[in-house]
Write a protein that binds this ligand. Sequence first.
Ligand code: KPL
Length: 293
Amino acid sequence: MNIAIVGPGAIGSLWASYLTEAGHQVNLWSRQPAAKLTIQRDQYAQQSLLNNNTQALQQSDVILVTLKAPSVLTVLSAIAKHIDQDSIIVLMHNGMGTAEGVNALLPNNPLLLATTTHGAYRPSMTQVLHTGYGQTLLGAANSQGELCQFLVDVFNHALSDVTWHSNINQALWTKLAINCAINPLTAIHQVTNGELVQPHYQQQLQNIVNEVSLVMNAEGFEIDVNHLLQTVNNVIHATSNNYSSMEQDIAHQRRSEIDFITGYLLESASRHNIDAPYNQALYQAVKKIEQSW
Ligand code: KPL
């Protein structure tokens, strides 16, 4: 297949590399001006891919968007004129709230949402390291997307384990809950995920997760608060040496995904008339840091 990767950061480069290896014709769309970009994954041979080629983008059967949530609509609006209405759009990022805008921008395209637990790290512009094997879930965000379940086989063949989720929003909400718990705390205190096992953080995690589970229940997802807290703690243990993406954004004075993580939660809480003071305080603390730059 012809596959475009829009926003080849760590996760995008990882998929670009595996999809190329699986025999697909992969092209990139990035901030870099070069007509070709090189990707070298782990110890494998370099791959040279077309970059910012409007014809390749137009001919793409699948457009995998691995941009961070705050950039998704801006970038897709800028390149919408080069996107064919039959191209399947797949959004893969932390946080929620971009699908509505993309559906409005490209109403005829099949739209899928994905979430992955693969770990990837980009030590330089041309290198990507696959730091942890994980799972990828894929599901439809519009009726045309419901017809694209076959993509599971395409992606699974390139980088397993990929499964179809008939209610992808439920999976995305669980990932949102994990990010609401881990990301703002690690960003504000500039600590690794593993630091959150300390008792004073555990109390805060409990408060955050209590509020998130109220909102999730109001959204129609039956969620057990203790189970959710356990899931958060499992992720903290599994990624204990990592700095969360929000920690890294704040450390490098880059705009974080707070509006699409805690911000998204707070919007939903307010729609359901639920008070979420702990999450509200974390949201404001992260915003205050961003505004101080
Ligand atoms: O998704 C993550 C992130 O850093 O954004 C977690 C799961 C918290 C891992 O660090």
